[in-house]
Design a protein around this ligand. Structure first.
Ligand code: NAP
Length: 246
């Protein structure tokens, strides 16, 4: 008899966890992806793609597939699936662990402007600069679509779709990124303000170091809170310590 672990994925931590669990005898591991990225890359273990149909759908999947443990290793800004996972775990009694990489912290020399939403970031931008490096992902560009007189350099893995700001230059790229690379990019596009989510992690942190080195302001969209009563572990090791599986 093997234990079945469902990982709600879409992050590098989810990928590392799948690798760690797939290497353990007696564990069946399935990673679930939303299907937003065209070519997500290979994953160890089984993979399923697409929404479950809300918390009830996820609860049904947990029961039907005999899931023994659920790990929510989704992105810190994936608020709906995290809420659904918490509800489905309560409904089914399946033990659940949330994996959230720690957020970034400002250091000496940083000029960070924390905001609570993309709309709030858009509201603040005209006061901070005219040439924006926007790294908040291809979804949510609508928040910035009404901003005229500002040049946007938007970086995303897959091409963004309208609505987006009228003066937008799109760069398609997937991390990890380096400080020299990010510094060159900020200089080349004469960026005067950076916008990022507080995603945390090493793969995309270089832009913050580059912005600090160049003295640029950074608008940082804060994370949504976890559901009531839910706590998170910061890394794969924490999940492995917390999981109760065969
Ligand atoms: P979201 O707003 O929380 O989720 C919207 C809906 O998408 C969910 O209700 C669920 O549909 C489906 N979904 C989301 N994650 C799923 C998963 N891992 N497996 C199956 N269905 C999933 O999520 P999002 O912000 O659009 O993010 C989607 C995915 O991209 C997540 O896996 C996340 O880890 C990854 N990601 C997100 C960001 C970001 O900035 N938000 C950045 C990088 C990666 P049903 O209700 O039908 O089940």
């Amino acid at each position: 008899m093997s234990s079945h672990v469902l990982i709600l994925g879409g992050t590098s931590e989810a990928r590392a966890l799948a690798t760690a669990l797939a290497a353990r005898p007696g564990i069946r591991v399935t990673t679930s992806l939303a299907g937003r990225v065209a070519e997500p890359g290979a994953l160890d273990g089984e993979v399923r793609v697409g929404g479950f149909g809300g918390a009830g759908g996820l609860a049904g999947w947990l029961r039907e597939e005999g899931v023994d443990a659920l790990v929510d290793a989704t992105h810190p800004f994936a608020e709906s699936i995290t809420a659904n996972a918490a509800r489905a775990a309560i409904e089914t009694g399946v033990p659940a662990v949330v994996l959230r990489r720690p957020g970034w912290r400002p250091g000496p020399g940083d000029h960070w402007h924390p905001v609570t939403s993309l709309d709030a970031a858009a509201e603040l931008l005209p006061r901070l600069g005219r040439r924006v490096f926007l790294t908040t992902g291809r979804l949510g560009l609508a928040s910035f679509a009404r901003l005229t007189g500002i040049h946007f350099v938007v970086r995303s893995v897959d091409p963004p779709e309208p609505p987006m700001p009228p003066d937008t230059h799109v760069l398609l790229a997937r991390g990890p990124f380096t400080v020299p690379g990010e510094t060159a990019l900020l200089r080349e596009h004469r960026v005067d303000v950076l916008v990022t989510k507080d995603s945390g992690g090493a793969a995309t942190v270089a832009k913050l170091t580059a912005a600090r080195d160049l003295g640029l302001p950074v608008v940082v969209v804060q994370r949504p809170p976890l559901p009531d009563g839910v706590t998170a572990v910061p890394d794969v090791k924490g999940v492995l310590e917390r999981l109760v599986i065969g």
